[in-house]
Design a protein around this ligand. Structure first.
Ligand SMILES: Nc1ncnc2c1ncn2[C@@H]1O[C@H](COP(=O)(O)OP(=O)(O)OP(=O)(O)O)[C@@H](O)[C@H]1O
Ligand SMILES: [Mg+2]
Length: 234
């Protein structure tokens, strides 16, 4: 990424489904270029928080800022496609009828980039995740780990300011989870992007994140520093 990475700020975020409050006036800051892992038990509100960041839900109280830009509040919310985010889900969410290269290049097709530029960037993204040789395969002919690499390449191809991950490795076996989490950690540092990574695996969080934010019943219960941020003394 060439631009300065965006800092992500959530201030007083409140969200309820009907009368069930899921997020309680939550404050969270993710410094530009760092990765925060959201760790917590099933049902504590991790995916709800990611959906608010992605623009799939709108906060009922509070504000979300990306850098100096107000992204969402009760009064206004930018649609997902205007938020400069890339997202990777647990279930890969690839289009089965498209090749690997078509899946990865799709965000650039939507942005109407010239074909030659789209193809070049597609190959760069595929090389970053080690899949250049499989560009013409279809998702059904890939392993789970390879499919998740395709989803990762698709998330980073447009060089978004913010990357969101919702348990991307939880469908994979333990060995693959460990190796892929280390690779993803390297890639996140190389891209110098700001990322929020949801998991309920403490080990995975420690490999990937600079900070681990522990959530319980929709509130932050602890913030754990895994690595010193730049400018801090180790
Ligand atoms: N669309 C919805 N309608 C009603 N309740 C919902 C909806 N989506 C989520 N919830 C509820 O909100 C709470 C938080 O859900 P969320 O998906 O954010 O949890 P999570 O921390 O991601 O859990 P998991 O680790 O199992 O993915 C849960 O009690 C869930 O049942
Ligand atoms: Mg979830």
């Amino acid at each position: 990424m060439n631009r300065a990475p965006l800092t992500l700020d959530l201030k007083g975020i409140h969200y309820a489904f009907g009368n069930q409050t899921v997020l309680h006036h939550l404050d969270l800051r993710v410094e530009g270029g760092t990765t925060v892992a959201l760790l917590g038990p099933s049902g504590c509100g991790k995916s709800t928080l990611l959906k608010l960041l992605a623009g799939l839900l709108q906060p009922q109280q509070g504000e979300i800022h990306f850098g100096t830009r107000l992204i969402a509040s009760l009064r206004s919310a930018l649609p997902p496609e205007q938020r400069d985010i890339g997202m990777v889900f647990q279930d890969y969410a690839l289009w089965p009828h498209m090749t690997v290269a078509q899946n990865v290049g799709f965000p650039l097709l939507m942005r109407r980039l010239p074909t030659a530029e789209r193809l070049t960037k597609t190959m760069i993204a595929l090389e970053r995740v080690g899949l250049a040789s499989l560009a013409l395969r279809r998702p059904a002919d890939l392993s789970g780990g390879q499919q998740q690499r395709v989803a990762l390449a698709r998330a980073i191809i447009a060089e978004p300011g913010i990357l969101l991950f919702d348990e991307p490795l939880s469908n994979l076996d333990r060995d693959l989870r460990e190796s892929l989490s280390r690779e993803m950690s390297g890639l996140l540092r190389q891209l110098n992007t700001t990322a929020v990574y949801v998991t309920h695996d403490q080990g995975e969080a420690e490999v990937l994140a600079d900070r681990i934010v522990h959530l319980s019943q929709g509130s932050v219960t602890a913030i754990q520093a895994v690595r010193p941020l730049s400018g801090e003394i180790a």
